[in-house]
Design a protein around this ligand. Structure first.
Ligand SMILES: [Zn+2]
Length: 189
């Protein structure tokens, strides 16, 4: 019989790990579908109430980011106001578009894996979550399973390069498994 895991009984760190693993699993699904591997879950009262993975390639819609899909799923069941007591766990720092949407939806807190050095809206490039504004910002916590989130992205870019008509030399296609301090999400690296 499978052990029943109740996140409510976990210590705080265990709970963050538990939910980030679910987000990473969504990212893994995205990778299998040929999407940029970013996954997320929404958590309300220790329960996953929405999940999403990037879906921009299949839908040919550049705004179908993991966060938007999770929120759409959430809103099928819950009113928007419940997002004020809901946390987001996402493998990569939200982009500027998503960071802004999350603020407008009044998300309670955002936990992420690795930074998004090119498009990040919660510290990577801009600080949408904390900029002074008429509405309330939200706190963030990054670095949860950061290396796992980066490895997902690296696997994706290697796979994409192999599909390209003129792949880059082999030495650039080997999976880099080392991590520098401050290493974030650098899609062109
Ligand atoms: Zn986004």
């Amino acid at each position: 019989m499978a052990e029943i895991i109740n996140p409510a009984d976990m210590l705080e760190d265990e709970r963050h790990s538990y939910f980030m693993k679910q987000a990473l699993a969504m990212g893994e699904s995205a990778l299998l579908c040929g999407e940029t591997p970013v996954g997320c879950v929404l958590v309300y009262q220790d329960k996953i109430v929405g999940s999403g993975m990037n879906d921009t390639n299949r839908s040919m819609n550049g705004t179908r980011h993991a966060e938007f899909l999770a929120i759409a799923e959430f809103l099928q069941v819950y009113p928007k106001s419940v997002l004020q007591q809901t946390d987001l766990y996402v493998t990569v720092e939200p982009c500027i578009m998503c960071a802004s949407a999350l603020r407008q939806y009044r998300i309670r807190k955002v936990y992420f894996g690795c930074a998004n050095d090119r498009f990040g809206g919660t510290g990577g490039v801009l600080t949408i979550h904390s900029d002074p504004s008429i509405d309330r910002g939200y706190p963030i916590q990054g670095g949860i399973f950061r290396e796992d989130a980066i490895m997902l992205l690296r696997r994706f870019y290697i796979q994409e390069n192999e599909k390209a008509p003129n792949p880059r030399p082999k030495k650039n296609r080997e999976l880099n498994t080392t991590f520098e301090n401050g290493d974030g999400f650098v899609p062109t690296a």
